[in-house]
Design a protein. Sequence first.
Length: 255
Amino acid sequence: MNTSSTANSTSRLLLSAVFTAISMGLLSSAAIAAKKGVKAVELSVLDPVEASHLTFMREEEKLARDVYLFFAEMYPGQPTFSQIATQSEQTHTDTLRDNLADFGLPDPNPTANDLPASQGVFSGEEWGWYFTGKYAELTAAGSDNELGAQFVGALIEQLDMRDIAVCPVVMMEAGYPEPCGLEYTDESAMINTYSALINGSENHLRAFVGQIEAVIGEGNYEAQYLSQWEVDAILGRTEDEVSVTYSETRRGRRF
């Protein structure tokens, strides 16, 4: 028997099996690397807490975009809503969609960019009900006048920061731990994304407070969800340069 010929034949059969598995989506990239004799790069797998929180934030960023699009149409003379919705929040929710795909998780709102049909529509199995209610509540709260809508914007950004950094109250009520967000995960891709989202929300809060205080007077804005100290730090109104952790908000505060 020709040992070399048998070995080559066996190798071809193994490669054929690998390619078949790849085409059927049955092998991970780590397994593929191992079959090729290359040192495998282990892919991170999110635990249930990380997976649910990432899914939640995909919908929360969509919520912000959709509410601001609603106000942009209602108050066309105020460009802040349109700018934040179409530039920042659109990018944020798309980034989270891409993160879900990277980790092999389903998108709770696969038609999110089919505007205007998808505006205010939340189809996520776990959290869609929550965001459907929040969209109705927030748009109603800002429908009386433009100043009220600006306050809603400031509230959304504070809620967003706390939910990203620590954990949404509704998730804790469902049995998830506190923290469950940025303070919980050790996955670098999520840490980078969440940190960037918080930076964006800080900028948006400054923009909304600037618009609000143009009406009520500089320095008169009062925090709506975060602690006053946290908001003042974001606005640069503390004596010392400090790092905000978003953990001072009253635990279990419901919105």
